[in-house]
Design a protein around this ligand. Structure first.
Ligand code: ATP
Length: 433
């Protein structure tokens, strides 16, 4: 137990099956909090802590240190809140993991596929946390599950406005979460599925197809199964999107967090062989305000360009001629059915590529660089279903010289020339100052 200079330290002795919850203040220039395990064993959202190692948590972090056997830990610094809770749903979550593991074992024996699990519930019930927990427990017993991230507002894998899939090869890092290497990412373009539900469902189907193809050639991925994190929108089209996802992925298990009506609706509407399970949310899950969500999104984009904690990236800034790229928005504004040309449906307009003429209003927009081949018309067809290879942000537009300046993780030239515009904007403080 080596004190951290200038910081108060508080020791907590935790009994078995209890957790210490703490929050770090949000905002800039706040004091970070260090956590150290002194005796016993403990985990943070399914990842084990090493003894006598200091873990650092920055602004806005909301953490639970859970112990199965009992432990003592130290916190260095003054958290905004810190308390011990004896009332946690962890045993139920562990049992859920055990049941999924049983299904994986059976899949292995019978040469079948492992469980495909969809986690649903309203906002702020801890969906992402439950996904992280189940994935970390699965890798800890040697599985290779896949995380499917359908939360376009708060993606744990890529920048907001995307859906993605990631093979999980090791437990989440206590401080940083899952290591994101070679994810499969698709452009959605906005932070709520409601802005283009057709596109959202289409991308869900794309991910399901690619995942199923992978399962066919990779036995470990197939047995490991997948855990699908969804959005908190559970009514109307949001609900329909969940039903669509269940069928596209042919899910075996649906975990409903803290929402009895949703549980009953899904039980009614999904095929009888799908196991729908109602689970309580943890009392520790912290509600996040609109601002807090916006800050998290901004931070995620900043991380993409500038790195995170120990890893610093140095993004590039360069000029791109309008004539060298093609910019599209996916989805034309919907028009009344009566005005649609004969033989065309609203679906067609929602998946349509609409060319964007670069203008000043493009400034600060995040653009996805599509991996679609650069050909003309022929290639246009596949753009919506093509994964993206990266993102850039427009930092300046000069209509006179027909050039825009972009922030990019890689030096020029752009790897591809088809760009998809997001509703999402990012103001780059670093390059403006
Ligand atoms: P969204 O509405 O964005 O989909 P969600 O339902 O996925 O949210 P999470 O992101 O899992 O919710 O959790 C919300 C916040 O609560 C996170 O910051 C997480 O770290 C925190 N949290 C989750 N469980 C606990 C706990 N037991 N103790 C303390 N904090 C927790």
């Amino acid at each position: 137990e080596v004190p951290v200079p200038g910081k108060v330290s508080t020791r907590y002795d935790l009994e078995k099956e209890t957790e210490l919850r703490f929050e770090v203040e949000s905002g800039e220039a706040v004091e970070q909090i260090e956590l150290e395990l002194l005796t016993g064993m403990a985990e943070v959202f399914g990842s084990e802590l090493n003894r006598n190692k200091k873990y650092t948590f920055g602004a806005g972090a909301k953490i639970a240190v859970f112990t199965w056997q009992g432990c003592s830990v130290n916190l260095y610094g003054k958290p905004e809140v810190a308390y011990v809770s004896k009332d946690t749903p962890m045993l139920l979550y562990l049992n859920t993991h055990a049941a999924l593991e049983q299904m994986r074992r059976q899949a292995e024996r019978d040469n079948e596929r492992g469980p495909r699990v969809m986690v649903v519930g309203p906002t702020d019930v801890g969906k992402s946390t439950v996904c992280r927990l189940l994935l970390s427990y699965a890798v800890r017993v040697g599985r290779r599950p896949t995380l499917v991230e359908l939360d376009v507002g708060q993606s744990g894998v890529s920048v907001p406005g995307t859906v993605s899939a990631l093979c999980i090869e090791r437990p989440a890092d206590v401080e940083e979460g899952f290591s994101v290497q070679a994810p499969l990412v698709y452009h959605f373009g906005s932070t709520t599925p409601g802005t283009n539900i057709k596109l959202y469902n289409k991308l869900t189907s794309c991910l399901a197809e690619v995942y199923s193809q992978r399962c066919e050639v990779n036995r470990k991925a197939s047995v490991g199964g997948c855990i699908i994190n969804t959005c908190g929108w559970v009514k109307g089209s949001g609900y329909q999107a969940l039903v669509h996802c269940a069928s596209a992925f042919e899910v075996d298990v649906v975990l409903v967090l803290d929402h009895e009506r949703l549980y009953n609706e899904l039980k009614r509407d999904l095929p009888h062989f799908v196991r729908v399970v109602l689970l309580p949310k943890s009392g520790g899950v912290v509600e996040r305000s609109k601002e807090c969500r916006r800050d998290t999104r901004d931070e995620k984009i900043r991380e993409y360009f500038y790195g995170f904690r120990g890893v610093t990236f140095y993004p590039f800034s360069y000029e791109v001629r309008f004539s060298d790229v093609r910019i599209y928005k996916i989805g034309a504004p919907s028009i009344p059915d009566s005005c649609l040309p004969l033989g065309m449906s609203q679906d067609d307009t929602q998946l349509k590529l609409v060319p964007v003429t670069p203008g000043r209003d493009l400034t600060y927009h995040v653009l996805s660089v599509s991996s679609a081949e650069d050909g003309e018309e022929g290639a246009r067809k596949g753009i919506v279903e093509s994964p993206v290879c990266g993102f850039i942000v427009v930092t300046n537009v000069d209509t006179q010289t027909q050039v825009m300046k972009v922030l990019s993780p890689a030096p020029r030239p752009l790897p591809r020339h088809t760009l998809l515009i997001m509703d999402i904007r990012f103001m780059d403080r670093a390059s403006n100052s």
